[in-house]
Ligand binder design. Sequence first.
Ligand code: TXA
Ligand code: MG
Length: 321
Amino acid sequence: MPQPHAPTALLPATEDGIIRAAALLRQGGLVAMPTETVYGLAGDARCPQAVADIFAAKGRPAHNPLIVHVSGPEMAREIAQVDPRAEQVMRAFWPGALTLVLPLRAGHGLAPAVTAVLDSVALRMPAHPVAQRLLAAFGGPVAAPSANPSGRISPTTAAHVMAGLGGRIAAVLDGGACPVGVESTILGLTGARATLLREGGISKDALAAHLGQMPAPPGDGRITAPGQLASHYAPGAAVRLNAMRPRTGEVWIGFGPDCKGAEFNLSATGDLAEAAARLFATLHSADALGRPIAVAPVPDDGLGAAINDRLRRAAAPRGAT
Ligand code: TXA
Ligand code: MG
């Protein structure tokens, strides 16, 4: 069991570091691992204590289920009911930034708290080589929500994880900066119509091309992915969106070549992939200045939809649900 408030080890992403991380997971310990989207707080998805410790370390409400990371489609089929639509998108987008919510299969073996006792489960095969090597060395399903305190900015470096969760988890496996930078797209496949539960690293147009139809918006207004809570990814400072210029005292985060004088620029050339990769690190850095934050408009196409989703949540009134 991880000792509360024990020092958190920083492990290099070497063979030895990965073997040590896998051993910690087998002991029920928690290890932050790099993925291509953001760092995940990994624990054995079959171990009730490890899963309880994930919720406790993040301060995450028990009704918000975790994503289970698998080594591939084979492991997914052991845990969930994988229909032809799911097979199709797994073939197209795994490994990668797509999470599928699927009906659980009998005998799935997961700790019930992972799914918040729902009859569905969120599954993802990460593309990051360090995550893949850790999953292979561990040999089982790994629960891993983003490795940040609940409701705060997601981590895209080992230093972000240390700043947020240091002393509360066994180790951080340092794989450098996460290349995609926003979380996975979550696609719900529990009903007749595929549903987009969260915008993310795979655009809905790319999904539509493989599904043969646009995934439906969550629709009836019910919160089906609790990550949709309005206030999420929140910096300590207030955030103002669509700011063409800063007001006195504000830190201005620009986008594109027209934001001369901005203290930060998500992408000086207006490249959305670069902006996504830098989004959370820029919010972390801007927040550290302790002043209100203003963010320039970001176009809503492709990865821009996921960027704007995270920015709206960062700007939402705190404590909103
Ligand atoms: O890119 C990612 O998805 C990262 C990396 C670490 O893989 N993980 C991540 O996990 O963002 P987390 O826990 O921060 O977000 C998981 C989201 C939550 O919004 C949760 O509500 C939703 O997935 N979710 C999990 N299981 C679900 C289920 N059975 N039905 C609907 N939503 C579910
Ligand atoms: Mg998260």
